[in-house]
Design a protein around this ligand. Structure first.
Ligand code: BES
Ligand code: MN
Ligand code: ZN
Length: 500
């Protein structure tokens, strides 16, 4: 990400982007002369009012400008402006520019936007707009390779701006990496292939990786992960990624656990055909963990992290588990599988147990876990669960700034009655009422009482309509939150020590 420490007209780019909140839209009139009166006319006529994500493009006629076009993006009312709105506005205008094939773009971070946090968010937003979903198209496809966006920041903040822009680009690229994996169809991303792709991601980032095969899972007694994998011709895997930076304290050790179902047919409790294709993204949590860890390593965050990603394909093959089957988890607990479509919690239960065995002191899992979370929170908000409550609030605030909205739901123990089995320790689904909550309570049984966060991203991992700031398809939700959790772990430790 280039940083131009200069005036707007001096920036060596094809399109310059300016922005304005609704109350400040008249300030854009200072670019009227440069645009042959166009921007002034647009402001006067109400064509451009500064409404959130509103865009306006015009040629530049002034010969002292290096750019040939100017774009304006609205930031909405000043009182409602946030870091996430800056990020989204940057994506919105960059997507517009991309459609118009404008070439190199540079976003002017002036006024309230000229802070490190804002510059980072703008760099993230510009990078997110580069995501390219079309790699399997053979016609009508123009590969998108533009990596020429920049930020115009005032001269005195140059080094600060460069660091912030570099961080933003890096974080945005890792979100796009996760989106790329989410987009991959189930036939090309089988469990062994997904495990290999995650190893590549991790090894390229200098992280150490272990891939456990079915025989090793057998030795560890992971009956739930093996059970889910049994209906498929493709064997399950468990990927373990370790980040142990030199000089990091021995504790805390974060355990990131991500659901890695490469395709979820539902198994014998098979899903209806409508929208079943979306189930290729049932590994979005696993991809988020690996990509976030790679970013964390690149940012040199001084904290130990263990990533555990259980991977399987949920299929109704001849050897598949059947409703009523009892599985024994690695932790020793037994589970009666009343619905084979509630497979995520099964594989995550074994993975949460393993993360503890490897030394995790704090657990964060992320999973496309339940359709019920979409009933509760829609497609805007990720479901947030966990304990203790202060840790949940800590993560909620991080996610908010990261642009991954999430909201807490309760884990009242009365709900646990819904998981009672006649023949085993638990059943694997609590029925329709509070379905996202009973799924979270099932996971909690495998957390060993450690501080724990569960993010249910079933409603948020995939956008099913185009938004100005997010095209249809994989969103990369959770990547920025996990990075934030790692970066703020030191702060949490300090705070929680002071609380006791
Ligand atoms: N992968 C699904 C959850 C899901 C649903 C993700 C829709 C994205 C969009 C999960 O494995 C599942 O099938 N959950 C069941 C649980 C039920 C059987 C208790 C569900 O939500 O229907
Ligand atoms: Mn399922
Ligand atoms: Zn699933």
């Amino acid at each position: 990400m280039d940083v131009f420490a200069c005036q707007l007209h001096e920036a060596d780019t094809d399109l310059v982007i300016v922005s304005a909140a609704e109350e400040q839209v008249s300030e854009l009139e200072r670019w009227s002369a440069a645009t042959g009166g166009e921007i002034g006319r647009a402001v006067q006529s109400g064509e451009f009012t500064g409404k959130l994500f509103e865009t306006f493009l015009t040629p530049i006629v002034a010969s002292d400008f290096r750019a040939r076009r100017l774009a304006a993006v609205g930031l909405g009312p000043r009182s409602a402006f946030t870091i996430d709105r800056a990020r989204r506005a940057a994506t919105a205008i960059a997507l517009t520019a991309r459609q118009k094939k404008t070439g190199r773009i540079a976003f002017a971070a002036d006024g309230a936007l000229n802070t490190p946090d804002m510059i980072q968010a703008i760099a993230e937003g510009l990078t997110l707009a580069e995501f390219d979903a079309g790699r399997y198209k053979t016609t009508d496809y123009e590969p998108f390779a533009l990596r020429a966006s920049g930020i115009i920041a005032s001269a005195q903040a140059r080094h600060v701006a460069e660091t912030a822009a570099r961080r933003g680009r890096l974080i945005g690229e890792h979100c796009n990496m996760a989106r790329q994996l989410d987009n991959e169809p189930g036939n090309s991303l089988t469990p062994p292939v997904f495990a290999a792709r995650l190893s590549e991601v991790a090894q390229d980032g200098g992280l150490s990786v272990d891939v456990l095969d079915a025989a090793e899972l057998e030795r560890l007694g992971m009956g739930m992960l093996l059970g889910v994998g049994r209906g498929s011709a493709e064997p399950p895997r468990l990927v373990v990624i370790r980040y142990e930076p030199a000089g990091a304290p021995t504790t805390p050790v974060l355990g990131f656990v991500g659901k890695g179902i490469t395709f979820d047919t539902g198994g014998i409790s098979i899903k209806p055909p409508l929208d079943m294709d979306r189930m290729k993204d049932d590994m979005a949590g696993g991809a988020a963990v690996a990509c976030a860890m790679r970013a964390i390593a690149a940012l040199n965050v001084p904290i130990r992290i263990i990533g555990v990603i259980p991977i399987a394909e949920n299929m109704p093959g001849g050897r598949a588990i059947k409703p009523g089957d009892v599985l024994k988890s690695a932790s020793g607990k037994t589970v009666e599988v009343v619905n084979t479509d509630a497979e995520g919690r099964l594989i995550l239960g074994d993975a949460l147990w393993y993360a503890q065995r490897l030394g995790a002191t704090h657990l964060v899992d992320i999973a496309t876990l339940t359709g019920a979370i979409t009933v509760a929170l829609g497609r805007i908000t990720t479901g947030l669960f966990g304990t203790p409550p202060a840790f949940v609030e800590h993560v909620r605030a991080i996610a908010e700034r990261a642009g991954d909205r999430c909201w807490p739901l309760p884990l009242f123990e009365e709900y646990k009655d819904q998981l009672r089995s006649e023949i085993a320790d638990m059943i694997n689904t609590g029925g329709r009422p509070g379905g996202a909550i009973t799924a979270a309570l099932f996971l909690q049984e495998f957390t060993g009482g450690l501080p724990w966060i569960h993010l249910d991203i079933a409603g948020t991992s995939w956008a099913d309509e185009n938004k100005p700031f997010m095209p249809k398809g994989p969103t990369g939700v959770g990547v920025r939150t996990l990075i934030g959790v790692a970066e703020k772990m030191g702060e949490w430790e300090l705070e929680s020590k002071n609380r006791i």
